[in-house]
Write a protein that binds this ligand. Structure first.
Ligand code: ATP
Length: 258
């Protein structure tokens, strides 16, 4: 198999006496969708926080395209081409959908928001480019009709789609989605699932997803990693993971979680 896009090696994150992650290793292949599942408190969000530079792991390594990015600051990791969405929505409430997407583009562009506001010729050109890219992204996701709306005017499912769109605007190579279907209706979940698959197919995007809805995870993923109390208990194809007895007893067999 080719060099993985993301390689997690012996990652441990301790909070006092709690091992939120305990010696976790796995890799993410380019162009594939990898999902991380596990009961509440298994360490999934901690894993995302370690990958995106929000936490400094106690030990272990995170490599992106062979380069060590462990504990690099979050903005550097974003510049490497790793974008993420959050478990709870993190859209700018005072900005329209279009402006939220453009804020995503500024993370990627050279001149910052300040230059954008002062509008040098270079910043103006960049703004035009960002606008065009935002229109394209909204069109691709079927969100053009809400371009001028405020996030609060949209359904929860639509807001999650806008957050997804903003992550795509960062021209990331790897997109981390933290519970992209949480709080969604069945129809909204199906739409989101279809969007993720379309982006993967048409742009060869690589996704790392944390999601609790097991049927959705099974149909969406090429590869599944299972965490339980901070440790990896399984790692493989959806069909293999589904039959793994440790996974069944820790997670799949019980309905008590979420
Ligand atoms: P959920 O499915 O509920 O989102 P999770 O799998 O994302 O859970 P984490 O949020 O990563 O789990 O938490 C793993 C463990 O680490 C938990 O025991 C949690 O209490 C602990 N933990 C996470 N972040 C911190 C922190 N900043 N300080 C102390 N303990 C933490």
């Amino acid at each position: 198999m080719s060099t993985p896009m993301l390689n997690i090696s012996q990652l441990t994150m301790r909070f006092g006496g709690i091992y939120a992650l305990n010696d976790v290793s796995f890799s993410v292949q380019e162009g594939r969708t990898t999902s991380v599942i596990g009961p509440n408190g298994a360490g999934k969000t901690t894993l995302f926080n370690c990958i995106t530079g929000m936490y400094r792991p106690t030990s272990g390594q995170v490599q992106f395209r062979g380069q060590d990015i462990t504990a690099a600051p979050a903005h550097r990791i974003a510049r490497h081409g790793i974008a993420r969405t959050f478990q709870n929505l993190a859209l700018f409430g005072g900005l329209s959908v279009m402006e939220n997407l453009m804020a995503g583009a500024y993370l990627q562009g050279r001149s910052g928001l300040l230059q954008g506001a002062l509008m040098s010729p270079a910043a103006r050109a960049e703004r035009r480019k960002a606008e065009a890219a935002a229109h394209q992204t909204l069109a691709f996701l079927g969100l053009e009709d809400v371009a001028q709306a405020l996030p609060s005017e949209l359904s929860y499912g639509r807001q999650k789609q806008v957050e997804f769109a903003r992550a795509l605007m960062q021209k990331a190579q790897l997109v981390l989605l933290d519970e992209p279907m949480a709080g969604m209706s069945k129809t909204e979940k199906a739409m989101m699932s279809e969007l993720i698959q379309r982006v993967q197919r048409e742009f060869g995007m690589t996704f790392l997803i944390v999601e609790h809805d097991i049927p959705v995870v099974m149909s969406l993923s090429d590869h599944i990693v299972v965490l339980d109390f901070g440790s990896k208990i399984a790692d493989g194809l959806p069909a293999d993971v589904r039959q793994n007895s440790a996974v069944i007893s820790a997670y799949l067999g019980t309905e008590a979680h979420h």
